[in-house]
Design a protein around this ligand. Structure first.
Ligand SMILES: NC(=O)c1ccc[n+]([C@@H]2O[C@H](COP(=O)([O-])OP(=O)(O)OC[C@H]3O[C@@H](n4cnc5c(N)ncnc54)[C@H](OP(=O)(O)O)[C@@H]3O)[C@@H](O)[C@H]2O)c1
Length: 244
């Protein structure tokens, strides 16, 4: 679909990938971008509409859907990640929070905006997932569970919304150079490169965007030999210091 003259809503649009996407949509000719964030951004750009939007807050989601009635591209980008074992974390609170934000937040946004997209001709929903929606490690189990749930939601929404002409895109990537992965010492893709792939995916009407080399490699490795893939993860885990 066309980006030119589109009206876009980006959740978590204040920093990281969300902020990059906001700029890339403007560069690609979007007419208006609603920048959803827990603390509304300040801007003098008339094409940007800041909107207070915590995706875990029902009232915020409802209010956003009342205001942003002209949206035809919804980007579910807001996300959180913790890197800790779900078995030994002091409580399950963080695991609940990840599910609330990454899965239920995305679900709430799709439920609220699907009728708006329908009214506006179909449009597109882009869900920012991860390679960790396909596999997990002990330190990412809660995040992976939430992204795997979001992947299933993406697939079911695609089937359900096809008849109203809504394109539903799953975006996968490995580590990206944002605050979320600041403490990770590994190769990272730039948010700008990921945003470019997403825009390309919307224009080319793709159902899946593999936004970096890591996502392409992981997808191929899991398809060919999942057992060997997990043996590598097990070997890495065995090298770490574990609680006795
Ligand atoms: N960075 C990576 O390595 C990586 C890899 C794969 C996938 N991803 C995914 O890419 C997406 C963007 O992440 P990022 O790397 O840009 O992370 P980031 O720099 O940590 O930014 C996260 C964004 O999500 C927002 N957010 C968190 N909880 C929210 C909520 N309840 N309601 C609304 N906004 C909320 C944050 O807002 P505040 O400023 O208010 O906190 C922030 O704008 C996420 O879905 C993430 O899971 C990231």
């Amino acid at each position: 679909m066309n980006i030119k003259d589109a009206t876009v809503l980006v959740t978590g649009g204040n920093r990281g990938l969300g902020k990059e996407l906001v700029q890339k949509f403007l560069d690609a000719g979007a007419r208006k971008v609603y920048v959803g964030s827990r603390t509304p951004i300040e801007t003098s750009d008339p094409r940007l509409q800041p909107i207070k939007l915590d995706v875990t807050n029902e009232e915020d989601v409802k209010a956003a859907a009342e205001v942003a009635r002209d949206v035809n591209i919804l980007i579910n980008n807001a996300g959180i990640a913790s890197f800790a074992s779900v078995l030994t974390a002091p409580s399950m609170q963080r695991a609940h929070e990840e599910m609330e934000t990454n899965y239920f937040g995305t679900l709430a946004m799709i439920r609220a905006f699907a009728p708006i997209l329908k009214k506006n001709g179909g449009g597109a929903i882009v869900d920012i997932l991860s390679v960790l929606s396909w596999f997990t490690t002990p330190l990412t189990a809660a995040y992976s569970a939430s992204k795997a749930a979001a992947l299933q939601l993406t697939e079911s929404a695609r089937i359900e919304l096809r008849s109203q002409g809504t394109q539903v895109i799953a975006v996968h990537l490995g580590y990206m150079d944002t605050d979320m992965a600041a403490d990770i010492n590994a190769p990272k893709v730039s948010p700008a490169a990921v945003a470019d792939k997403i825009i390309e995916g919307i224009i080319n009407e793709q159902e899946e965007v593999l936004a970096d080399q890591r996502s392409q490699h992981v997808k191929a490795a899991l398809a060919s030999d999942k057992k060997a893939f997990y043996q590598t993860i097990q070997a890495e885990w065995n090298k770490t210091e574990q609680p006795v």
